[in-house]
Design a protein around this ligand. Structure first.
Ligand code: FAD
Length: 455
């Protein structure tokens, strides 16, 4: 439930309250199971179990049915089912929740009647708000789709909205999947744009469609914006870590600050983006150029899936060398956790100076990438990135030392914000890095980790 009284009172967004939702659900099931087991045990002891089970008492049967619904709900919510078959989980979840609540009302109308009316009312309210908002944002809304390297898609909506940078919204494109609505982070600071990685379901269809008809505009329903992102403009030092499409989160925040520097307290932004291939910089070309120009931003792009030796290897045969190396680079997997290659060692980054990027094999590599892109994808039209080699490093970043360095000269009353979005491992390291620099009498450190999933 996205619009609920607890979110309204606490100010927490629905994805934060998800933890409460889960534990409340588990507690309900355990409590209902104890209730059922105790009754069964007592009837068994008194020898009346079979008679009780066969009795045509609607209240008794409704109770059993309600417990069955709760049990299916409980089992189908296990992470391995949710991750493998999200749509199936979603449909079963809604159907069983309605079934459980209605049959519980039948089972004990006096005890639960009012509570269930209240719960039902809240659910109907949430759906109505989402429907009305959806209709408002969706009248004439078109989503223009562009394929990008690395199985990604850029989606641009022809609507404007007021939102906090890095908020998310739900997109439904009926011509691709009629009843499916998927959450995506708004990747731009001021317009409804999204960078989406193609997975197996809706996003794969979207990618295939974008490759087939680049620049096509499709009718779209948008529900949002949602999310409760800290106000980074108030911070003195901002450290942003992102992996792959998690860049939607950090580019939106950093470009918002860069565009409103005069109105922000921000003195420095340490911006770290980890990607598998250099071609992925096409996802945020415009934003990268903007950040590169911003005086307070230290932009660092780590490439984990390409070998830095590539640049100076095989000088006698540049084209074939780069082509071979390209093919030898680790494959891109669909899973979001694979945005960072596992074979790289933390801190093994090797900075590359700008001059390296004009060497012949690298030019050949660029040609190869461009050729592949021409075949597979069409990038957002109209511009060439002026991206310099000085922003690139190879290998995984050492988040611990980046955070330490960023807060080294921080004053005691400075507000330091660490934000991270990307694979689980990157977020774990960001958490540890932030925790390591918390010292008594040191600057105030806050951490926000944005997850691309419900956990
Ligand atoms: C708040 C939030 C923001 C996100 N922002 C982005 C973004 O900016 N860019 C991006 O590429 N991805 C983002 N994601 C992830 C994106 O929602 C899923 O990758 C997408 O829904 C997968 O759709 P699919 O049908 O192709 O999935 P499938 O191929 O069927 O499954 C792939 C994975 O996505 C999960 N998934 C499927 N449907 C949903 C759903 N409706 N909600 C949540 N998870 C789902 C599955 O459990 C599975 O783990 C975000 C997720 C959340 C929760």
């Amino acid at each position: 439930m996205k619009n609920n009284p607890i979110a309204f009172i606490t100010g927490y967004s629905h994805e934060r309250l998800n933890v409460l939702h889960r534990w409340a659900g588990r507690f309900c099931w355990v409590q209902a199971s104890i209730h059922v087991c105790l009754y069964m045990y007592t009837w068994e002891r008194t020898g009346s179990l079979i008679i009780r089970l066969l009795q045509p008492d609607p209240a008794f049967r409704a109770g059993l049915i309600s417990w069955l619904f709760f049990s299916i709900l409980f089992v189908c919510s296990f992470a391995f089912i949710r991750r493998r078959a999200y749509e199936c989980f979603f449909i079963v979840h809604i159907a069983c929740a309605i079934g459980a609540v209605v049959s519980l009302g039948w089972h004990a109308p006096k005890t639960y009647g009012m509570v269930l009316y209240l719960v039902g009312g809240m659910w109907v309210f949430d759906r109505s708000v989402r429907f009305i908002r959806g209709v408002h944002y969706s009248k004439g809304t078109k989503a223009t789709i562009y394929p990008l390297p690395g199985d990604a898609i850029k989606v641009v909506l022809n609507k404007s909205a007021t939102f906090q940078p890095a908020s998310h919204g739900f997109i439904n494109i009926p011509s691709l999947k009629l009843f499916q609505s998927h959450p995506f982070t708004i990747s731009s600071a001021d317009s409804l744009e999204f960078i989406i990685r193609g997975q197996r379901g809706f996003t794969r269809k979207l990618y295939d469609r974008a490759v087939k008809n680049p620049g096509e505009s499709l009718s779209c329903y948008f529900d949002g914006p949602y999310g409760n992102i800290p106000d980074y403009r108030r911070m003195n030092r901002v450290i942003l870590f992102a992996g792959g499409s998690g860049g939607s989160f950090s580019f939106a925040i950093a470009t918002d600050i860069a565009r409103n520097l005069a109105r922000c307290c921000v003195e420095s932004i340490e911006f770290v983006w980890v990607i598998r291939e250099r071609a992925h910089t096409k996802w945020f070309e415009k934003e990268i150029d903007e950040l590169a120009e911003c005086p307070v931003v230290n932009l660092r792009i780590f490439i984990t899936g390409e070998d830095s030796n590539l640049i100076n290897s095989h000088p006698e045969s540049p084209v074939s060398a780069s082509a071979e190396n390209l093919r030898a680079s680790p494959p891109l997997e669909g899973a979001m956790d694979s945005d960072i290659a596992v074979d790289d060692k933390p801190g093994s980054s090797s900075p590359i100076c700008a001059i390296d990027f004009v060497s012949l094999p690298e030019k050949a590599l660029q040609l190869e990438i461009n050729a592949e892109e021409k075949i597979n994808t069409t990038s957002t039209p109209g511009r060439q990135s002026s991206l310099q080699g000085e922003y690139f490093e190879y290998g995984r970043p050492d988040l611990g030392s980046i955070v330490k360095e960023a807060v080294r000269n921080a004053r005691q009353n400075d507000l330091v914000a660490v934000g991270a979005c990307g694979p689980t491992e990157l977020m774990r390291r960001a958490r540890n890095a932030a925790a390591d620099v918390i010292t008594p009498g040191g600057p105030s450190i806050s951490l926000h980790c944005e997850q691309f999933g419900w956990g």
